[in-house]
Design a protein around this ligand. Structure first.
Ligand code: SF4
Length: 429
């Protein structure tokens, strides 16, 4: 979502005359669009500002803006901690960035803008065209969350659930496709809770988007198991453009930990959702997020997670050690032993990597469908992704970016597949 927001921030600042530069010392303004989901991400912001400070020691000080969830959570405390920051803008107020910069240029007074104005934001963003021109483009349809998982900052930094107007989304999708997008990834912190005016849900959105002629693939992320409704599951049966790959975080395989996390479902509920998905589309694959070492996690709880992972055979999953976020209920709980957490994480990651490796191996000598996203610099090689988001690098001197191609896979490693372009006539898996 930060990538989407960063692009929109660029669209907004270009209206007041700012352009992107790739030469750091030429910049008049830095916007650091931040993530607060883990402590490490937060600290990176201050490290980055330190580097800007160093680079500009003998130059005119650039304007330094911090936007995103760290800005929301830490607000004016950021300016106190690092006076080099000039402006702090929350994720629901960044549509005002142009006016705020002009204000700052006039008055030279520090600015802290952290209002929740999500309706105003999307109304404003609708007025300007989305300049993203990537083959695979993001489109935010929903923001915020009402689930309040005990470890998560999102309900505090992005606010309550908000669904963008249906027609606004369809317009933006048309705009992206006419800019060259062939895949749209619908975004939301709790994307499958999308519900506009009790009339439009994520499934109706997917069905409508499927009618856009040049749009070849649709994905959405990130979903909560409780919002995997029957109508949404049926889209995996009916909508050929919806990719058979779902990121559906469970976080832990232990019912005790799921309860402590306030996830509002148990492992049996999760398994039942997966079963329904497989019933409507046997090719579907699932990825997940896992938190290891959540306060109170015992060896038995961890083993339950391992058993679940082995049963489902997740692909492309993410796993982290629990990171206490200030202001969340879990942050007040006693932390588990760090060394034990590290060992558990390693074990889980080994198992996840083995699944990933086994999954990639299955492609060997097979033809697979790849959406071609770009050409590698100075090489006759192209980059694309399978239906399951696995990166594919392949050789050819004759293919078109944006087309769906048949690629014969000849080798692989942990993360990538490598192959040879066969044809643009797609019949492959
Ligand atoms: S559902 Fe997702 S975004 Fe919402 S509180 Fe839980 S982890 Fe955070």
């Amino acid at each position: 979502m930060n990538e989407y927001d960063s692009n929109r921030i660029y669209d907004l600042t270009s209206i007041i005359g700012y352009n992107k530069t790739y030469i750091k010392k030429e910049a008049d303004c830095f916007v650091l669009n931040t993530c607060h989901i883990r402590k490490k991400a937060t600290e990176k912001v201050y490290d980055e500002i330190g580097r800007v400070k160093k680079d500009f020691r003998n130059l005119n000080k650039p304007l330094v803006v911090v936007s995103g969830c760290v800005a929301q959570a830490e607000s004016k405390e950021m300016i106190k901690r690092e006076p080099y920051i000039d402006m702090v803008i929350g994720p629901q107020s960044y549509h005002k960035i142009g006016d705020l910069i002009l204000d700052y240029e006039r008055k030279k007074e520090k600015i802290n803008e952290t209002e929740f104005d999500v309706v105003g934001k999307f109304d404003e963003l609708q007025k300007i065209s989305n300049s993203q021109n990537k083959i695979s483009s993001y489109l935010t349809i929903q923001e915020g969350c009402d689930k309040f998982c005990h470890f998560c900052v999102v309900p505090y930094t992005r606010g309550p659930e908000y669904s963008r107007p249906f027609d606004q989304i369809i317009d933006e999708a048309h705009n992206l496709v006419s800019n060259g997008a062939r895949e749209i990834i619908l975004l939301g912190q709790n994307v499958n809770a999308y519900n506009y005016n009790k009339k439009h849900t994520l499934s109706s959105l997917i069905r409508t988007l499927s009618n856009i002629e040049n749009l070849k693939r649709i994905r959405f992320t990130t979903s909560h198991p409780k919002d995997m409704t029957e109508d949404l599951i049926e889209c995996y049966r009916d909508c050929g453009k919806l990719m058979p790959f779902l990121h559906l975080p469970i976080q832990s395989g232990s019912n005790k930990i799921l309860k402590l996390m306030n996830r509002k479902h148990d492992r049996e509920y999760y398994m039942a959702v997966i079963e329904k998905l497989k019933k409507v589309n046997k090719n579907i694959k699932i990825s997940s997020d896992f938190i290891v070492g959540y306060p109170g996690e015992t060896e038995k709880d961890f083993k339950d997670t391992i058993k679940l992972v082995e049963k489902i055979g997740f692909v492309n999953s993410y796993s982290f050690i629990f990171s206490p976020r200030p202001g969340t209920p879990a942050a007040t709980r006693k932390l588990n032993n760090l060394a034990k957490n590290g060992k558990r994480l390693k074990k889980l990651q080994n198992i996840l990597e083995n699944f990933q490796h086994g999954n990639n191996k299955k492609y060997l000598q097979q033809n697979c469908e790849v959406l071609i996203e770009n050409k590698l610099v100075n090489q006759e090689k192209y980059f694309g992704r399978t239906k399951y988001m696995t990166p594919v690098i392949f050789e050819t001197d004759d293919c078109k970016i944006g087309e769906l191609a048949n690629v014969k896979i000849t080798s692989f490693n942990q993360k990538n597949l490598f192959g040879i372009y066969k044809t643009n006539k797609v019949q492959a898996a």
